[in-house]
Write a new protein. Sequence first.
Length: 417
Amino acid sequence: MKIAIFTDAFLPKIDGISISIDHLVRILGARGHEFIIFCPRYGEKDFYQIDDHTEIIRFRNFPLPSYPDVKVVLPNRKKIKKAMKEFSPDIVHIHTPGLIGKYGTKLAVKYGIPMVSTYHTLVTEMAMYISPYRLLKVDRLFNLMKSKKKLSRNLDKVVRTRKRALRKKFIKKVVNSMYEKADVIVSPSHLIEKTLREQKIKAPIAVISNGMDLHNFKGVEKKEISSPPRLLHVGRISFEKNVEILLRALKKIHHEFPGATLDIIGDGPAISSLKIETRQLQLEDYVSFLGYWPHENLPEVYPKYDLFITASTMETQGLVVLEAIASGLPVVGVESYALPELIHHEKNGFIAPPFDATKIAEYSVAILKNESLARKFSRASIEIASHHDLDHTTSLMEDLYKKIAVKKREDFLDELE
């Protein structure tokens, strides 16, 4: 089969969407399928081919002022039409609801090409980035004032207004109207499927995990807790990830483990405010912001830690949590969207209420104080991750492609001229 992928995020940018697409095309490419990927241009590290089965076409873009890692892509319609005519895809697969994703959807509908759309991101939870406070970079002024201890309120409280709720409602309507045009929506988790059904999405929904390369992330049971304990958080360091909650939890963990450390791997727009909060909590000696790490190095990183913690409230699956449990780590997370599908309460970790630093700290201490419990959770993490084997989940996607490819479509080649 020939599959055309439209995505507003791809390598060399590292995130869950990019990694899942890369896994998909490499495995299915080795099985004889062909791909063309329409995606952003990033710079000198860009590449335009994966083996002999995948062509990559990139487009100019500009960064979102409030979140420079997010690219607003400007698709060249003539270039896309020409490439689509030459490639003649059997399937269109949409991975993002940005401008490239919207244009890919428009083409698939217009020319009757069977279409799959994967719901990778809860876009409504990122509404804060189109807030005037952040688009105009007023948040930097807030951070400056906060660092001088002249500000008692958090910016999130300032922007958490009725206007923000209306903005989220509008975004949900626009995004869902695009996804409903797909023949099948792919949800990475059952809880996101439930959320979409509650939002009255009309299109069929298939639940297929993004999967995990268990050949690279090989779980080894934790035998003992480090002294002092080492905690880890990995991921995009953006405001919706609520990393400040983890800092406050660490402060409370210090009541039982004064030397416990937290390493934070990743980068993003919330870094500057988190560093300010770290200083205010007097945690500079215990929190390390390690920045971006190449993804291929992460399988060696996770096993060095005792516990993975997250306070994110917007995970459609949570690739880094999947990586952590595949590496054999116990996990403490929050009751939100897809996390409970990977963090089974009292089986491989604990689930705390969202934004509850006290409960995250209590659960973390419970694991760190009990090596027998930590070993039990470690074994369970490895077992839970085994159900997300990448070869298996990719085969499920391949089967889905085959099922919708038989859907009769118009011959769109002449119309593209």
